[in-house]
Design a protein around this ligand. Sequence first.
Ligand SMILES: Cc1ncc(C[n+]2csc(CCOP(=O)(O)OP(=O)(O)O)c2C)c(N)n1
Ligand SMILES: [Mg+2]
Length: 682
Amino acid sequence: MSTSALDTVTTAINTIRTLSMDGVQAANSGHPGTPMALAPVAYQIWAQEMDYDPAVPLWPNRDRYILSCGHASMLLYSMIHVSGIKKTKACGKVLDEPSLTVDDLKNFRQFGSLTPGHPEFGHTTGVETTTGPLGQGCANSVGMAIGQSWLAARYNKPGQQLFDFDVYVQCSDGDLMEGVACEAASLAGHLKLSNLCWVYDDNSITIEGGTDLAFSEDVATRFEGLGWTVYRVDDANDLKSLSQAFAKFKANDAGPTLIIVRSVIGYGAPNAAGTSGAHGAPLGEDEIKLTKEGYGWPADKKFYVPEETLTHFADTMGERGAAARASWDKTFEAYKSAHPELAAELETIWAGQLPEGWDKDLPEFPADAKGNATRNTGGKALNGVAKNLPWMLGGSADLAPSTKTLIDGEGSFSATTHGGRNLHFGIREHAMAAAGNGMALLGLRPYVSTFFVFSDYLRPSMRLSSIMKLPVTYVFTHDSIGVGEDGPTHQPVEQLAAARSIPGLVVIRPGDANEASRTWRVAISEQHRPVAMVLTRQNMPTLCRDKFASVEGLDKGGYVLAEAQGGSPDVILIATGSELYLAVEAYEQLTADGVKARVVSMPSFELFDEQEQSYKDSVLPPAVTARVGVEAGVRQGWDAWIGAGGAFVGMDGFGDSGPYQEVYQARGITTEAIVAAAKAQL
Ligand SMILES: Cc1ncc(C[n+]2csc(CCOP(=O)(O)OP(=O)(O)O)c2C)c(N)n1
Ligand SMILES: [Mg+2]
């Protein structure tokens, strides 16, 4: 490179650094040290490595960039600005305006700004996933890498490579200390995801101080053990070595790549407390001036973006990305005539829609007193959908034989066959859910599955599914003390309340086989939020829908399943899941005893709560205050339906080990208990 070209690069990097410093200072909150130190690495990835057209930010084959250390968000916002990424609307339409202006950068961390404290997917164009909880971005990237290779296996044709994008992650000590990132790295290594490159900022510092306080492992050796190829760059400012490392990544087909980059975090002046302001604190005006002078930067200018920097990004990333995208467009045009059906599938995926007739094979089940477990009938429904929704793929954390989540007749996604639709996440619940988010971010329809009690292991990622409004389907089975012999460690008790407490997550606990099938219909129809279905291990009767109300009522979350003799009820029994038939039995006894009882099936609190008040009042008439809730979980959340004075037949402690009938008996979740509670309510 000539001296002036080098100067241009240095100027570009210093623009990123000073924007980050000024942004954090203006907000008077945030972390400037990491963006300052990582600016050259981000520069190298964006300006020199990625194929990304800033004018078409949603181009499906763009390389993906994830800032897993989301606390360095000013770095990402600065990159989005200097690279000139255009703003897109929610529908995907590209607007002729920048995603982020200098004014947006000035509003860093302000309420309602496009530059919130941590990068938020769907809020700022150019942010590929929401990060901040350390480790999540790393684990999302594995889902994206799986998704890319699945798309490539299904849709690429000789001479028509529609999908060959790479996934780049910048991550920190905190990311690599987190279990979820290690689970995900283990999976990525096993699956030989050679499209995946993590760039680890090895700066030997976290919030409390040096990493010698709590982190002394040999990261390189660990990742080599996980099946990754590891390269080292000794200085984050050494662009030549960075470029060589990325070239090796691109040439590596053996598996994922980790590039360990040594950096020195940007330091600030001592803060009021007398400690260094480097970590998680703005530098202060004086320190910023000195630093800018050190860069040869106009020290009195704030948020200064030289024209030269914008031109440089347009000439590098902009031109390269536009050329790659234009060539891809041509390929896709040819692909459309050669493979019209596959092309139509892709267009449906990118439009976020479902194929015609996706629900036509959902099963219906005849009434059956012996019945079935909803994990089984749910598994049949899963297969009914999978048949007609080719981009639904998923799996379990080593429990598929129990969760019944295999797609029949489809192969496994493995290190050698990336086209399979049955994923094997191993016993890595947290990485499974985070990978589900990554797949959903590509437009696929992933489902992930485990025992309900282990939903606690993946909760942080399920929460992010909801924050990002991603249609990930969670299939949780073994949903109560009904698992019996496995005992209290395996018996979810508080998990229903915990799942329902996540805003935006739809929780559905179907009460028989037909409700289970209907649950899948609702889950797949939901395109902008996650659904958790909660299914039983044990059998329960399939209700006669001629005698009782139609299962379509499930769509409304709660419905009158059985009406009181004579119409207006004196007492209402409200139940979910495997306790629904107990409520029906109680209803029959009460009716025989001359008590006017109504049964309400309430598979989803969230869906019911969204209905119009008039509907809710028709199901739960306010005048009828005698109510009994029945669910083999804790009472928390139930008062909304039964009132503070209502009776609750459920759990108030952990379960017991033993055959489920005996456990139910011992815990008093029985027909007799419901009848007694109903009579006491009158
Ligand atoms: C799961 C999680 N735990 C804790 C935090 C709070 N936190 C933010 S940054 C950070 C550590 C920063 O150290 P490192 O990851 O090495 O990043 P660096 O400061 O070097 O940029 C912590 C603990 C978090 N964001 N996510
Ligand atoms: Mg660090």
